[in-house]
Design a protein around this ligand. Structure first.
Ligand code: SF4
Length: 475
């Protein structure tokens, strides 16, 4: 997927002015967080499971080479093939070659953010292969030629009316005056269309929620069962997965699964959890004849051992996105690439590897909610700060911002001067404050006052009030 991260500010402004998007986001931001809280409350050992999940992922990253080689050995032992891809174009060529080798015309796909990362659909189309998204959300955005706006609910930015409009426009073989006024009808229509594709596909392309080194299996988690139909019916199954997805054994996979769905959607477990091991065996009734796993690096190995090492613990549950107040206002497209929200603001600059994503780590209030809800306890706010530090050190910030931060850092290291400056500043602003106590316009805080009023200080600084209270006075 082509990166538009350099346009973050314009995209965010546009999103804030989009009334339809704001209505959808308002609903979204209350749904999953409540469900996750309820799911966590139902399971007394949830916090212990999060610790265990964090430790499993950390252990894997410290021994990644060992587990990847073990996984490869097991895949080969069970009749499959493993292909190593350094970058996106390598992965695309490998997948393209496999499709060519079986003269594939249609590929059914289950949702894969790695597939979005390397723009596999564009590559297949250019090479005469028709890729068909089978996750309902992905199917809808494929019809609309849009990128996903969330890693687990890719069409969350759309209303059901917009989906109905798209179906009417694209499913031209169906009666134009049919009723499409509720989600069930829309689902049935998409299901009918996809069924034809499942039955005629030559290749099934899936991602993998996990790669199990002990058995060479891949874990696939969906709520629609589309992954199972995508990969079980065609003659060839290709798995596209990034290297950090490996886990040591089945027991570890289950520990991660127990926190994955609870963190993502508040379900105890996703509706379909499947493990696929190798191609069809001689006594199997069905299944693919060929099983290929494409292991993609695409910048991840250079994150190992860096300040962003822990980001690779991510199990792509989307919980940090669901709880992010910035995402809740601007949605996923504003971020300009595959991964939105806090996880994207850390991951995208690392994977894109240039300054185009510099705005993303700054698009955070650092409220810390993302770390609080992350099932593998990734210190996202700390890593967002690390990106900001890097930008500061590399002189990649606007001069005003840089000078402001320098001045702030100088003051913050001198508590007495800091207090004095704050008292003078507070006193000045209190005197200048309008009668209603709210500034509508301040030259040094234009970004704030262009959208809302800035409350004037209420007399004394926090420190001064604290001191007064500690001395027994009232503030
Ligand atoms: S960073 Fe944590 S909360 Fe966010 S998607 Fe990854 S695992 Fe989930």
């Amino acid at each position: 997927m082509q990166s538009k991260t350099a346009h973050f500010k314009e995209n965010a402004k546009k999103a804030l002015g989009d009334a339809q998007l704001q209505r959808v986001l308002d609903k979204f931001s209350t749904g999953f967080p409540v469900k996750r809280a309820q799911a966590a409350a139902r399971l007394p050992e949830f916090e212990d499971l999060r610790d265990a999940a964090r430790d499993i992922r950390a252990h894997v990253l410290d021994n990644l080479d060992v587990y990847l080689e073990r996984f490869e050995t097991k895949v080969i032992e069970t009749g499959g093939m493993v292909h190593w891809a350094r970058g996106g174009s390598d992965a695309c060529s490998i997948i393209g070659d496999i499709c060519k080798s079986v003269d594939a015309k249609t590929v059914t796909k289950s949702k894969s953010m790695i597939g979005e990362e390397i723009a596999i659909n564009d590559y297949l189309e250019k090479n005469g292969v028709d890729p068909v998204e089978t996750d309902l959300g992905e199917y809808i955005i494929q019809l609309r030629d849009e990128p996903p706006s969330h890693i687990i609910v890719p069409a969350v930015h759309l209303s059901k009316e917009q989906v109905a409009e798209t179906f009417r426009e694209k499913h031209t073989d169906l009666p134009a005056d049919r009723v499409l006024d509720n989600p069930r009808i829309l689902l049935d229509e998409a299901r009918g269309k996809l069924r034809e594709k499942f039955l005629s596909a030559d290749v099934g392309l899936s991602g993998a929620n996990m790669l199990v080194a002990e058995t060479g299996s891949i874990a696939l988690v969906t709520n629609e069962g589309n992954a199972d139909l995508s990969v079980g019916l065609p003659r060839v199954h290709i798995v596209l997965a990034s290297i950090e997805k490996v886990v040591p054994c089945m027991e570890d996979a289950w520990t991660l699964l127990r926190v994955l769905a609870r963190s993502a959607t508040g379900q105890d477990l996703s509706v379909y959890t499947s493990f696929v091991t190798g191609p069809k065996r001689s006594d199997d009734l069905d299944g693919p004849e060929e099983f290929h796993v494409v292991l993609l690096d695409n910048g991840r190995s250079s994150m190992l051992g860096s300040e962003f090492h822990d980001m690779l613990r991510c199990i792509k549950c989307g919980s940090c996105i669901n709880h992010c107040p910035v995402y809740a206002k601007i949605g996923g497209h504003a971020y300009g690439w595959v991964y939105p929200g806090p996880m994207g603001s850390v991951l995208s600059p690392a994977l894109l590897g240039d300054v185009s994503a510099n705005d993303l780590p700054n698009a955070s209030t650092l409220c810390g909610k993302c770390e609080t809800v992350c099932p593998v306890r990734i210190p996202l706010p700390e890593m967002l700060r690390q990106w900001r530090n890097r930008q500061f050190e590399a002189n990649q910030m606007p001069t005003r911002q840089r000078l402001g931060l320098r001045a702030w850092a100088w003051l913050a290291r001198r508590p007495r001067t800091y207090r004095l400056v704050m008292e003078i500043g507070t006193g000045l602003l209190t005197k200048l404050a309008p009668r209603n106590g709210r500034f509508k316009n301040l030259p040094f805080a234009k970004g704030w006052t262009s959208k809302r009023d800035l409350p004037a200080p209420q007399g004394k600084t926090f420190m001064a009030q604290w001191k007064q209270r500690s001395n027994g006075g009232s503030s």
